[in-house]
Design a protein around this ligand. Structure first.
Ligand code: TYM
Length: 338
């Protein structure tokens, strides 16, 4: 069992990242059988696909490392690193560029969303971003990749690239790549913005009120929940009653995810009540979950030396682990690795 996943070190870790992905990273780490390994990384190479400030990227990489450790990623058990320190990611991407098809990349919804109407003005990196993502997981022969719903399509692409490479360049009994399986949580696969139930909670939303950050203090969380968009109707007794009420469904989903209950169970508790009663309960549950993470994060974030040491050690282990697959890829393509 080989678990691999990444997060971009842009902006703060928010509740969508946590419930959609990071909580599963921690669970998979904590239940890893003997002989298995988790690798988790900061996707700093992906972060340069859009305009960025170099000094901020460096600071955000360290800050996100502190946030992951605060969430429960243990750098002794998991390999925690940043892509930039492991050149094999960029190298393998180039080797896979020969296999990935333009048509496949053109169909990626994230590319379409981020490029909008201005495709010609985007960086080449934004377009080939999913090939780097494929390299990230294929390099380590990942079997499982815990992600939120929005990354599922990129993982399907990684499987297509792996499959085509194995077909085109490998003997049937000696494939170079393992096909990775996306692991998406049943509940909380897609946490939506607090201001608009049709948009996902995202680091790139200009409104701070749209998301709850893991570093928000209790007062900020209370305020964001109080101001979250809702509707005037009371809560129904079961999930079907939330059809067409995206904001209400989102808040109930969040409550269920942080308290470990399915949506129907939450509704049986609050049926007939309005948001005046529900919102304080939600805010309290969030503060209870995020409070300890917040405290650990604040203790770690300023210790640059310790954070740098964690990343350097993780990168050395990752370089070691990816070496054989990189060599095999060169060989399969008729190239000799230097
Ligand atoms: P990123 O940095 O946007 O998000 C990190 C993880 O958080 C999940 N996520 C969400 N889940 C539920 N609801 C939301 N509103 C929400 N917002 C974000 C994402 O699905 C993701 O799992 N391209 C990736 C980073 C990456 C990667 C990889 C992931 C690079 N290489 C290899 C897996 C494997 C990204 O930008 O995620």
């Amino acid at each position: 069992m080989r678990v691999v996943s990444g997060i971009q070190p842009t902006g703060n870790l928010h509740l969508g990242n946590y419930l959609g992905a990071i909580r599963n990273w921690v669970r998979m780490q904590d239940s890893m059988p003997e002989g298995g390994q988790c690798l988790y990384f900061l996707a700093d190479l992906h972060a340069i696909s859009q305009p960025h400030n170099p000094a901020e990227l460096r600071a955000a990489t360290l800050e996100m490392t502190a946030a992951l450790v605060a969430c429960g990623i243990d750098p002794d058990r998991s390999i925690l690193f940043n892509q930039a320190q492991v050149p094999a990611h960029a190298e393998l991407q180039w080797l896979l560029n020969g296999t990935a098809r333009m048509g496949w990349l053109n169909r990626m919804t994230q590319w379409k969303d981020k490029a909008g109407k201005n495709r010609e003005g985007q960086s080449v990196a934004l377009f080939t971003y999913p090939v780097l993502q494929a390299a990230d997981v294929l390099l380590y022969q990942a079997t499982q990749v815990p992600v939120g719903e929005d990354q599922k399509q990129h993982l399907e692409l990684a499987r297509d690239i792996a499959q085509k490479f194995n077909n085109d360049f490998c003997a049937d009994d000696a494939p170079v790549f393992t096909l990775p399986e996306p692991i998406v949580p049943l509940e909380a696969a897609r946490i939506m913005s607090l201001r608009d139930g049709s948009a996902k909670m995202s680091k790139s939303d200009p409104s701070e009120m749209s998301r709850i950050n893991l570093i928000d203090d209790a007062d900020t969380i209370m305020q964001k929940v109080r101001k979250a968009k809702t509707d005037p109707q009371p809560l129904p007794g079961e999930a079907a009653g939330l059809a067409g009420r995206a904001e209400a469904l989102n808040l109930v989903t969040i409550f269920g995810a942080v308290t470990g209950q399915p949506v129907d169970q939450v509704l049986s508790q609050f049926a007939g009540q309005g948001f005046g009663a529900f919102k304080p309960a939600l805010a309290e549950a969030l503060v209870e979950t995020l409070g300890p993470i917040n405290t650990r994060f604040r203790a770690l974030r300023d210790d640059r030396e310790a954070l740098d040491a964690i990343l350097a050690r993780g990168a050395a282990r990752a370089r070691d682990m990816g070496g054989a697959t990189l060599t095999a890829t060169y060989q399969a393509l008729g190239l000799v690795r230097g």
